[in-house]
Design a protein around this ligand. Structure first.
Ligand code: SAM
Ligand code: DTB
Ligand code: SF4
Length: 342
């Protein structure tokens, strides 16, 4: 076969979701020549999505700080001195008002995060009221509240929840270098209960915590061998937090970050891959490469949970310049074809 035929065959093979990826296979994708990897990912992206469309989410921290877990990257853990104070769970009305602002600014999904190890039943009615109220605005709903039990997952679904975010964060072999107050299996167990409750899953991880490429491949292999691939797959570039164990981590090379996005697209072809935390320190060109490599979601609004995110107007300008539009919004008149029909 010619190089061109080999590449075309690889893309054809990669378009069908698989759940039997081996670590060696995922590592081999990372090793592809950069342009070949991005080409394959871009081709698979087009098989399942309109590559001009980007899903738009907005975050709100509904309960900040004071968390019992010791995640080494997090500003909100009570184990580290980061300057982020602990606050109480917000009132549902205040959250719904923030969601209405987010909707007016163009968000399609509103993601509410709480700095909890696990959801306590006493907090469930208030969280349920937030979900129901946000859903009533016509927004998709997402929450991330730590570990759940099965009954809680079902109650969140009944309240109108669409997505539950619960990240695996890194590969299984690196996990205990990042957090020791819970296990990888704890995360997998909650994800299973979330799926069983009929919720869509949002599950991904972080790069830039000192992990190797093999650990990154390990994370993606875990995601790609779940009984159902994540519906949303956030790839966060570490926001380094002074005072945390990982606050001094060396930044990840931009091209390596693009590889992570591209491999995520290849192993979970139908997932919406989010270029998540870290855009604040990325150039427009790097973000453009990520979109080319299959990223099709972002967080908007000037703040993530506790750290900055690009200004909404800058993002609007970037999307305009790249010819990207919010998912589900009608396309403008097509541009003339640039490749003549054979
Ligand atoms: N407490 C819940 C939990 O851990 O599942 C929900 C909130 S937690 C902040 C949500 C996710 O944000 C984490 O799993 C992690 O992947 C991501 N995250 C937290 N701090 C981050 C940072 N400094 N940089 C990048 N991603 C981060
Ligand atoms: C996800 O994967 N990233 C978001 C969301 N899910 C909850 C959180 C990013 C947090 C970045 C650090 C901060 O703002 O505190
Ligand atoms: Fe707590 Fe979540 Fe931060 Fe871990 S990532 S310390 S569980 S808020």
């Amino acid at each position: 076969m010619t190089v061109r035929e080999t590449a075309a065959a690889a893309v054809q093979d990669r378009s069908t979701p698989r759940h039997d990826w081996t670590l060696a296979e995922v590592e081999a994708l990372f090793e592809l020549p950069f342009a070949e990897l991005v080409f394959q990912a871009a081709s698979v992206h087009r098989r399942w999505f309109d590559p001009s469309e980007v899903q738009i989410s907005q975050l709100l921290s509904v309960k900040t700080g004071g968390c019992a877990e010791n995640c080494g990257y997090c500003s909100q853990s009570q184990h580290f001195k980061t300057g982020v104070g602990a606050s109480k769970l917000m009132d549902a009305e205040a959250v719904i008002a923030k969601a209405a602002e987010a909707k007016a600014g163009g968000a399609q999904r509103f993601c509410m995060g709480a700095a909890w190890r696990d959801l306590k039943d006493r907090d469930l009615p208030k969280v349920a009221a937030m979900i129901t109220g946000v859903k009533a605005l016509g927004l998709e709903t997402c929450v991330t509240l730590g570990m759940l039990n099965g009954e809680q997952a079902k109650a969140l679904k009944a309240a109108g929840l669409d997505y539950y975010n619960h990240n695996l964060d890194t590969g299984p072999d690196y996990y205990d270098k990042v957090v020791t107050t819970r296990t990888y299996q704890d995360r997998l167990d909650t994800l299973e209960l979330v799926r069983e409750a009929g919720l869509s899953t949002c599950c991904g991880g972080i790069v830039g915590m000192g992990e190797t490429r093999r650990d990154r491949a390990g994370l993606l292999q875990q995601l790609a061998t779940l009984p159902a691939h994540p519906d949303s797959l956030p790839i966060n570039d570490l926001m380094p937090i002074p005072g945390t164990p990982l606050g001094g981590s060396a930044p990840v090379d931009g091209l390596e970050f693009v590889r992570m996005i591209a491999v995520a697209r290849l192993v979970c072809p139908k997932a919406v891959v989010r270029l998540s935390a870290g855009r604040e320190h990325m150039s427009r060109e790097l973000q453009a490469l990520c979109f080319m490599a299959g990223a099709n979601s972002i967080f908007v609004g000037g703040k993530l949970l506790t750290t900055p995110n690009p200004d909404r107007d800058d993002d609007a300008a970037l999307l305009r310049e790249l010819g990207l539009r919010p998912m589900g919004v009608a396309a403008p008149t097509p541009a003339p074809a640039v490749i003549a029909a054979e």
